[in-house]
Design a protein around this ligand. Structure first.
Ligand code: HEM
Length: 210
């Protein structure tokens, strides 16, 4: 939405078929697996490099209106295992949202170590890549952490770049800049995801179908 209208309550008509209205996020809908993950994370004696496998589910949600502002989107859960360990290596939930009127893309993310972020970028419906960023201290697209993380592993910025590959897979490069013992640390994650299941229609589309 470019300007805030006087009427902030009236909602627009929505198309119940959310899958059709996801713009560039249409290519993420479904269930994905990635076996080429590489993580660089901070450890006491320096950066640690780990390889990982990942499963991400993107479920299509019903259209979301904030008064006149309208989003279509996906709810996601990513679960990551290091290749040499059974315990969860990383877990994350959130939403990817698309505002057709402006091309705004948002990712809200929550990590169970006590951290949330809202990242944003812009893209056209047929974009082949997406770049979203969040910056600590911003009230709009910012990052919030526990007091411990804020002091010991302050997270200054987050950036994700998604590339849709010609073979239907997609890749991401994710850079999270932490301040550890007063120095910047580039916490980087990369992976390529391959589709293993198609998405289901959103709940509104399923109404009355059984
Ligand atoms: C594929 C995605 C990610 C993976 C696999 C991953 C993995 C890890 C691992 C293994 C550690 C070290 C944990 C430990 O030593 O106990 C770590 C630390 C950390 N990560 Fe991530 N991470 C990912 C994404 C993110 C994102 C998106 C953020 C924030 C926006 C983030 C913030 C942090 C912070 C603040 C720490 C330091 C705190 C700590 O070590 O407990 N990570 N990450």
């Amino acid at each position: 939405m470019s300007a805030i209208p006087d009427d902030i309550f009236t909602e627009p008509d929505v198309d119940p078929d959310a899958l059709k209205n996801l713009g560039p996020l249409r290519r993420l809908a479904g269930v994905w697996e990635g076996k080429e993950g590489i993580d660089l994370n901070p450890k006491a004696d320096g950066p640690q490099r780990r390889e990982y496998t990942e499963r991400i589910e993107f479920e299509v949600i019903d259209p979301q209106a904030n008064g006149p502002q309208l989003f279509y989107g996906l709810r996601y859960h990513t679960h990551i295992l290091a290749t040499d360990e059974d315990a969860t290596f990383h877990d994350q939930v959130g939403y990817w949202l698309w505002e057709p009127a402006t091309g705004l893309i948002m990712q809200s993310l929550a990590i169970p170590r006590g951290q949330v972020a809202l990242a944003a970028g812009h893209a056209s419906a047929d974009a082949t890549s997406l770049v979203l960023t969040a910056t600590r201290g911003q009230t709009g697209y910012g990052i919030c952490s526990t007091d411990f993380l804020e002091q010991a592993f302050r997270t200054d910025s987050y950036r994700i770049e998604v590339t849709f590959n010609p073979d239907g897979s997609w890749s991401y490069v994710q850079d999270t800049i932490l301040i550890v013992h007063g120095k910047p640390f580039e916490h980087r994650d990369v992976n390529r995801l391959v589709k293993i299941a198609e998405p289901k229609p959103n709940p509104l589309m399923l109404l009355g179908k059984d």
